[in-house]
Design a protein around this ligand. Structure first.
Ligand SMILES: Nc1ncnc2c1ncn2[C@@H]1O[C@H](COP(=O)(O)OP(=O)(O)O)[C@@H](O)[C@H]1O
Ligand SMILES: [Mg+2]
Length: 288
């Protein structure tokens, strides 16, 4: 039994692979435009089972659009999306249901229902998709809240939680059906460095304890370094690098360097804004 406290039934079931090798999801030659705006211009990538892949890229480059193709929320203009070796991009909503059961999606904004308690929020996907008895549902809610280190908030409303707690609750809801594949859209955006690190740690823990595959869209380089087995970067509709976090950080591809240094500087700026009350001011006062 794992330390994370997930029941056995809940864990990733390894199924034999029809076709796709080690890949759980593949995008093959995916193009997508909105009106005259070409967002994806030929995306080819296979996401490896049990690994966490980070997708970097400037704002508006199409990162969320990629995740929505994987979830079957958007369809490519041309090209294919495959899940477990099978094409999913032409399936009806109804035929997408089995794939969606395997899938957890942490949306860019936590997207909890304001008028529901945390328990009601977490039970929502279960009521929709699973025929569990009420006490089994309660048990599952307790279980996932423990996984995200958020016990005792069952009866609270989202507005009564801090930003970091809301993100954890949204994550708990995303994993409550025991997904084999988790899509994280900017999981740490808007959180301070400590709470961000907490979310990154959870992403690592979920992978370790359940073997789930992760695809993480982020701007947060600290998150990237913590969670990524592999990093790709989207730029002008195409993937321009593919490597380990170390390789990406050391990359000499100009757009990648630019992105990494630009993002690091933004982070430093935030840090500088935060600081004058503390170390910097004291240093200043000391005449440094
Ligand atoms: N449903 C949509 N309809 C029209 N334009 C869209 C839609 N979804 C995304 N876009 C556009 O596609 C581009 C990429 O969006 P997105 O994937 O959200 O960027 P990001 O990399 O910041 O996640 C943006 O210019 C956005 O306005
Ligand atoms: Mg986005």
């Amino acid at each position: 039994m794992s330390t994370v406290g997930l029941s056995e039934s809940w864990k990733t079931q390894e199924t034999p692979q029809p076709g796709g090798g080690g890949a759980i999801v593949e995008l093959v030659g995916v193009h997508k435009s909105f009106g005259r705006q070409k967002v994806l211009r030929g995306i080819d990538i296979a996401f490896q089972r049990g690994k966490t892949t980070v997708v970097l890229g400037p704002s508006g480059s199409g990162k969320s659009v990629i995740l929505k193709h994987i979830a079957g929320l958007l369809r490519p203009d041309s090209g294919e999306v495959r899940y477990e070796g099978k094409r999913i991009d032409r399936l009806s909503e109804r035929d997408l249901i089995p794939m969606r059961k395997d899938l957890g999606f942490l949306f860019q904004l936590s997207a909890l229902f304001d008028s529901m308690t945390i328990t009601e929020n977490l039970e929502f996907p279960l009521v929709e998709h699973e025929s569990l008895a009420p006490d089994e549902r309660r048990e599952r809610v307790k279980e996932v809240l423990a996984v995200v280190d958020l016990v005792g908030v069952e009866k609270k409303f989202p507005a009564q939680l801090s930003g970091g707690q809301q993100r954890r609750a949204a994550l708990a809801r995303a994993i409550i059906q025991g997904p084999r594949l988790m899509l994280y859209d900017e999981p740490t955006t808007g959180l301070d460095p400590i709470r961000s690190a907490g979310i990154s740690d959870l992403i690592v823990k979920l992978k370790k304890e359940t073997g789930m595959t992760g695809i993480v869209v982020t701007h947060d380089l600290a998150c990237m370094r913590k969670v990524a087995d592999r990093v790709v970067m989207l730029f002008e509709g195409q993937l321009i690098v593919d490597g380990t976090p170390e390789e990406i950080t050391a990359s000499e591809v100009p757009h990648v360097q630019h992105f990494i240094t630009g993002t690091a500087e933004e982070e430093m700026d935030k840090f500088r804004h935060d600081e004058p009350s503390g170390v910097l001011r004291r240093r200043k006062e000391a005449g440094a």
